[in-house]
Design a protein around this ligand. Structure first.
Ligand SMILES: Nc1ncnc2c1ncn2[C@@H]1O[C@H](COP(=O)(O)OP(=O)(O)OP(=O)(O)O)[C@@H](O)[C@H]1O
Ligand SMILES: [Mg+2]
Length: 233
């Protein structure tokens, strides 16, 4: 992961007055309005296909919650392609997989980040099949324990098609947020992902249109200081 993309992932923290940070605050507020009285504490962030912007959404939404004085935990539910340790510059020696295999206690794997009120659980390094680990009773027990400790828990996850990891997480969490790459994803693919999530009775609390044209322009401007250049993806 290049330096440039780490900056992109931490946009709300590094550039809080920007138009993009404001969009993540709006997303946070929209979730609050649309789930009022429903006790939504744990949110899984997913998408139909890879590279639609799940991780960037999870990280910036979590930051927006932390900035609103919430005690927030970001959990790396994507055990196959972990990135949180790179984004937050942490060791990935122990994390969620180590909890699920019973090797460590929760308190040993939760890390503070440099963002106030935002903690992280990285993927960890314990071996096993991610689908089985996430579907274990231990995952449910862990999530219920975390819900006692935090105001908001945001879980990053793999995409809906391909593996069942996200299906399990979506049924365990209070809400599911579907990220859609507006720049490239066909509508029917997004609808198919939505249908799968509905079939497993995930509670879809909203969709995020990522990479939408106006937002892309803002990123370009921020990184090139006005020179016309497409942000490397
Ligand atoms: N709105 C955006 N503007 C500019 N770059 C973006 C935007 N959204 C995502 N990206 C870039 O696209 C790439 C993929 O984003 P991200 O890692 O969030 O996707 P993902 O869905 O988590 O991918 P994966 O399926 O591999 O986990 C990253 O390099 C990220 O910086
Ligand atoms: Mg990701």
């Amino acid at each position: 992961m290049s330096k440039l993309s780490i900056k992109t992932y931490l946009f709300t923290h590094l550039s809080p007055m920007s138009h993009i940070a404001e969009k993540y605050r709006t997303l946070r507020n929209n979730i609050a309005y649309s789930t009022i009285g429903q006790g939504v504490k744990s949110i899984v962030v997913t998408s139909a296909l890879p590279k639609e912007g799940k991780t960037i959404t999870a990280v910036n939404l979590a930051t927006a919650y932390a900035n609103a004085d919430k005690k927030v935990l970001l959990v790396e539910g994507d055990l196959r392609k972990p990135t949180f340790h790179l984004i937050f510059n942490l060791s990935n020696r122990v994390g969620l997989s180590n909890i699920l295999n019973g090797d460590y206690e929760l308190s040993e794997v939760i890390r503070d980040t440099h963002i106030p009120r935002l903690s992280v659980i990285t993927s960890g390094t314990s071996e096993g099949n991610p689908s089985d680990m996430l579907a274990s009773k231990q995952m449910e027990t862990t999530l219920r324990q975390l819900e006692e400790l935090y105001d908001v828990i945001i879980i990053d996850s793999p995409s809906v098609f391909g593996v069942t990891d996200t299906h399990t997480l979506a049924t365990l969490c209070d809400g599911t947020l579907l990220v859609v790459n507006a720049g490239s994803l066909k509508q029917e693919v997004a609808l198919e992902a939505k249908a799968i999530l509905e079939k497993i009775q995930a509670r879809i609390i909203g969709a995020v249109l990522n990479n939408e044209k106006s937002v892309r322009k803002d990123y370009d401007y921020y990184y090139t200081k006005g020179k016309r250049r497409q942000l490397a993806k």
